[in-house]
Design a protein around this ligand. Structure first.
Ligand SMILES: C[S@@+](CC[C@H](N)C(=O)[O-])C[C@H]1O[C@@H](n2cnc3c(N)ncnc32)[C@H](O)[C@@H]1O
Length: 198
């Protein structure tokens, strides 16, 4: 199951009408998503509706602008990924969902720095996982899990009873993450995700 299959399944199940994608690139996900309204934000993509960085986009839009489903897949660096999720929460409709790509890097190399990524343009999940687990540790008011497919697709909602936050050690490393991957991400299988839609 690819990221856009997950997004389309959620749109269909909950009759979502308004989709926002942060980080559009060649438009692979954007063109595959089927939704009445689609907005894309990317400073470098000709496929974007708004060719500006995500921070500028969130600064620009009115407080009352809402989307039903937001796909966070912009710059895969801890602070930016975390801020994109936090800003998305401020513009999520009641009953809406945020999907976050690249939450589950399979090796330490896949989460190398942005500078190293610029040297090697091959699969790069970056440190999105760090932004994600920071919120797993600090936001009891939201619900978070990661579907174990397509580099890890995070699901973030604020509809339920919240989550049990995790304990993160100071200065945690990728080795710590490897030891606690399932718990820190609240990792679920595709089948478990599909059961939530039934
Ligand atoms: C992994 S690609 C997106 C892939 C696309 N979502 C898909 O699934 O087909 C990441 C994109 O994020 C964009 N990006 C980088 N910094 C950004 C920022 N500050 N705000 C929004 N997009 C950003 C890059 O230009 C790149 O096109």
């Amino acid at each position: 199951m690819y990221r856009f299959d997950i997004i389309n399944a959620l749109i269909k199940r909950y009759s979502y009408q308004r989709y926002l994608e942060i980080g559009v690139e060649g438009g692979e996900a954007f063109s595959n998503v089927q939704c009445a309204l689609k907005h894309g934000v990317d400073p470098f993509s000709v496929n974007a509706t708004f060719r500006i960085p995500s921070d500028d986009f969130f600064d620009m839009i009115n407080e009352d602008v809402e989307y039903d489903i937001i796909f966070v897949d912009g710059l895969h660096v801890e602070d930016q990924a975390q801020r994109d999720i936090e800003n998305s929460l401020l513009h999520l409709s009641e009953g809406g969902v945020i999907v976050v790509h690249d939450c589950n890097p399979p090796t330490e190399w896949h989460q190398r720095s942005y500078e190293e990524f610029l040297q090697h343009y091959s699969p790069w999940n970056g440190t999105t996982w760090r932004g994600f687990v920071n919120l797993r540790a600090s936001r009891p008011d939201i619900e978070m899990c990661v579907i174990d497919t397509d580099w890890g697709c995070g699901i973030v909602t604020q509809n339920g009873e919240g989550q049990d936050v995790i304990d993160l050690p100071d200065n945690y490393t990728y080795t710590d993450f490897q030891a606690h991957r399932k718990e820190w991400l609240n990792l679920i299988s595709v089948d478990e995700f599909l059961q939530t839609l039934a």
